[in-house]
Write a protein that binds this ligand. Sequence first.
Ligand code: ADP
Length: 616
Amino acid sequence: MKLHLKVMLFALALIGGALAANIYFSRAAVSEAISAQIAEAGEIAATGLFPAMREALNARSEAEGLRALHDFSRRTGALYAALVLADGQVVAHTNVALAGSSMADPLLSRAVWSGDIAFLRSAVGEGDLREETVETLIPVPYEAPPSGESLIFEGIPEGDKFAGFLRAALPLAPAKKAETDIGFKLMIVALVISAATLVISALFIRLILRQVALLSEGMMKVREGDYDVSVPVVSRDELGEAAESFNKLSRGLAETTVSKEHLDSLIEGMPDPVIIAGLDGGIIRANRAAVLFSGYDFKGPEPVALRAMLEPEAAGAPHPCDLLEKGAHIRELDLLLVASDGRRRPAMLSAAPAGDQLVVVLKDTAQHKESEARVARYLKEVERVNSELDSFAHTVSHDLKEPLRGIEMFSGILISDYGASLDPQASDYLSRVVKAAGRMRRLIDDLLGYARVARTRNPYERTSSAGLVAEAAAGLSALIGEKGASVLPGGDLPEIFCDPVKMRQVFHNLLSNALKYNDAPKPEVRVEAELFGQYWKFSVTDNGIGVPPQYSEEIFKMFKRLHSRHEYGGGTGAGLAIAHKIIEEHGGRIWVDSEEGKGSSFRFIIPAAPGKDREA
Ligand code: ADP
């Protein structure tokens, strides 16, 4: 019920109550006054008859009393009249049958007690003859004997102030109309006053409740999500203050709250499917992307259950909803989405509870999965081609070595057997053939060595890198001696998990390069190691000729050399390519830091902890 209705009803009840009480008490007062007037008129009418009545009372004489009573009835029109003693005994009654009876009642007691007129409204007669009267008891005064000494001194004894009572039913009819008129007028006046009061109350209520109505309007708007509301302040009282506080509050809300529409448009505009579900898994809403992805429109009368829409990726795995129901935050869980047409689509789910709801974000991983499978296929293909290439290189090298050996052998025989008979030009050509064949053999050997890296798999084991360096240096002792060089392994070279044969080859190649490409009067090669995250980082540092920066990557390619065949010992350009391949096979990386003319640091990293696949 509206507040103004409540207040109006309250005012109405108040005014109605006051009106009823007013009419009731006013009418009672009027009727009392009229009754008193009638009773007093009766007393005045009886005044001249008091001596006769007193006589009759004193003498208990009915006949005498009746005369006085009839006189009285004539004067007043009383419906009956009687002379009654204080104890109620009827001395005379206009209805003679009642003479000698008792008329003791509360009205008589009241008259005896007060010694004054007593009256009350009553009705006399039955049916149509019933008439409203004023039942009146008028004391008949006592009269003292003219010279009673005792009376002079003692006064009239109590109870003897009157000789008895004249009891009569005085007619009300003549005054009744006046009484009704007064009552009616009283009612009219009261009604007019009430109506006026009601109108004034209504105006007053309207005035007070205007501010309340404005406030409630403002609250409705806030409830509907419109926070930027300002309620007009129309009263300068507590309600006005409340309106001002409300305005401040709504301004604060507008500044700090993200409106529902804004949130809705954000969710709707998300490119990934977003689903909001109750904690029981019933879907409350879903954005457009979710509709497109799943095929459900989520607007049918039957709510779609999240449990029916999701399936674990692997059979037997726990259902994603079991995790969600435990209130778990889930990040990027691979699963299958069962679309409306029953198709299973790979998806990735992230979800988090938000109050009594769940926010679920899905990602279509079909493309991702496809590309993953494609990459795996390509990798397999590359591996296959690589191994084919390796075995091709191996076979070709092997097959080439055979005729080459023939060329070398027969060229040698030719030189030794027919060298003297050949002219100088021919013997020069022949020696060039021998050299070229020798070089070709070295190239083929290196190519075979390179191919062997991929073809041979030695077991990985814990190996002292200091030991490997020492062995490599021992293999190069002739060159070290020849150059007057020194190889200085660091004191903290670690134990590493590797293929020791191949790793020795790496150190050999790096050390031999550091010695070869070195013009320093006292070549110096330092080998050091340090922890580098989860890797060991080795550095082979020399004080040689250095590598020009533009070749720092080129030199790791097969047969790539920076110098002519005759300079720096004439290698084939396979050493660094082989080292590169071995380090990569160990899960590491190799590179060079160098300053031309000052030296080079060849560095490589390999995992410090053994890889799972190699540990076995
Ligand atoms: P090579 O058989 O020619 O030594 P590598 O593959 O070992 O083949 O080296 C490739 C090229 O890299 C070399 O020809 C050389 O020019 C350069 N190189 C390698 N190590 C060093 C080094 N320590 N200092 C300077 N240059 C180097």
